[in-house]
Design a protein around this ligand. Structure first.
Ligand SMILES: Cc1cc2nc3c(=O)[nH]c(=O)nc-3n(C[C@H](O)[C@H](O)[C@H](O)COP(=O)(O)OP(=O)(O)OC[C@H]3O[C@@H](n4cnc5c(N)ncnc54)[C@H](O)[C@@H]3O)c2cc1C
Ligand code: FES
Length: 277
């Protein structure tokens, strides 16, 4: 963790690439320029990225702590800060505050199967979790990834997913909403694909990240398949300001998403009606 979570530390853009064919998604690999700053994090945590004169916004870490020296973020261009980030070029500098928030319970998952279910660009922190599990492969049971996008051009990290598909130690199921020319994967909405694939709940944990509508319809599917609420995790998004539990901007009932979350189990969310997805 950085010594002072209020002060952004500078990071250099070491690589930048368009992640989607419509140019709304860009991925940035950052390198911290101040070696003195320790930056220890776990999958599920996020950072506030800032651009002087534009502002600051929250982004989940897509890199894994098992990839030393790399901080990766994928940014969906929706407004002021995200548009400014999209203009960043290699070699330029961005401010980073973090790592912030809690993380997926990677220690509790040890020795057991993990099922990752994702839709759209929310796959970022699940990419982090998958990379973490693959780097510590012997510590975990079966790893299943179910990932859907509206169409192939909106699917994140395609080259890496293709590499993972070739590995014998991870089950990768990629889906798009509608049939498309050249697509050899699954077709269907994430909840339907999940029901069809029916990953076993025995000794398994599920982590679900995606747009609220996807999560809303996937959670009952996982419940039908036998996953208990305390074995399903998701990540909540709320507008944030301070990121450190001081301003009250991101509350969901008595909880602050920036410090108590963003990762919550479904059991925890049931006690937070305001979290309704
Ligand atoms: C924990 C966390 C992790 C996140 N991870 C990512 C990520 O990995 N990649 C990514 O692209 N985005 C992520 N987001 C969302 C991102 O923070 C917002 O899209 C960003 O704040 C928008 O900033 P802006 O200045 O570009 O938009 P603004 O100019 O502030 O707003 C543009 C439009 O987006 C809406 N908007 C802005 N922020 C949010 C928000 N948080 N929720 C819903 N609507 C919003 C506004 O109402 C407005 O309509 C995450 C958010 C949180 C809280
Ligand atoms: S963003 Fe300030 S309390 Fe969470």
């Amino acid at each position: 963790m950085t010594a002072d979570l209020y002060s952004p530390i500078p990071a250099r853009v070491s690589a930048v690439r368009a992640e989607s064919d419509d140019r709304t998604l860009r991925t940035f690999d950052l390198t911290l320029t101040d070696d003195a700053q320790p930056f220890d994090y776990l999958p599920g945590q996020f950072c506030l990225l800032s651009i002087p004169g534009k502002g600051e916004a929250a982004f989940g870490l897509a890199s894994s702590p098992t990839e030393p020296g790399l901080l990766r973020f994928t940014v969906n261009r929706v407004g002021v800060v995200t548009t400014a980030l999209h203009y960043l070029k290699e070699g330029e500098t961005v401010g980073v505050r973090g790592p912030l928030g809690n993380h997926y319970p990677v220690d509790r998952f040890k020795g057991q199967d993990v099922v990752l279910v994702s839709g759209g660009f929310a796959f970022t922190t699940l990419r982090s979790l998958a990379a973490y599990i693959l780097a510590n492969r012997g510590d975990y049971g079966e790893l299943t990834i179910i990932y859907g996008a509206r169409r192939p051009g909106l699917m994140l990290y395609r080259p890496e997913l293709a590499e993972w598909e070739k590995r014998g130690d991870v089950h990768v199921h990629l889906a798009i909403d509608q049939p498309a020319a050249g697509w050899g994967g699954l077709v269907g909405l994430v909840p339907d694909v999940t029901r069809k694939l029916a990953p076993g709940p025995d000794d398994a944990w599920a982590v679900v990240c995606g747009p609220p509508v996807m999560i809303k319809y996937t959670l009952p599917v996982l419940a039908d398949l036998g996953f208990k609420p305390d074995r399903i995790y998701t990540s909540l998004e709320r507008r944030m300001k301070c990121g450190v539990g001081k301003c009250g901007r991101c509350n969901v009932g008595p909880k602050y998403v920036c410090t108590d979350g963003p990762v919550f189990s479904c059991a925890e969310m049931k006690a937070l009606p305001e979290a309704a997805l």
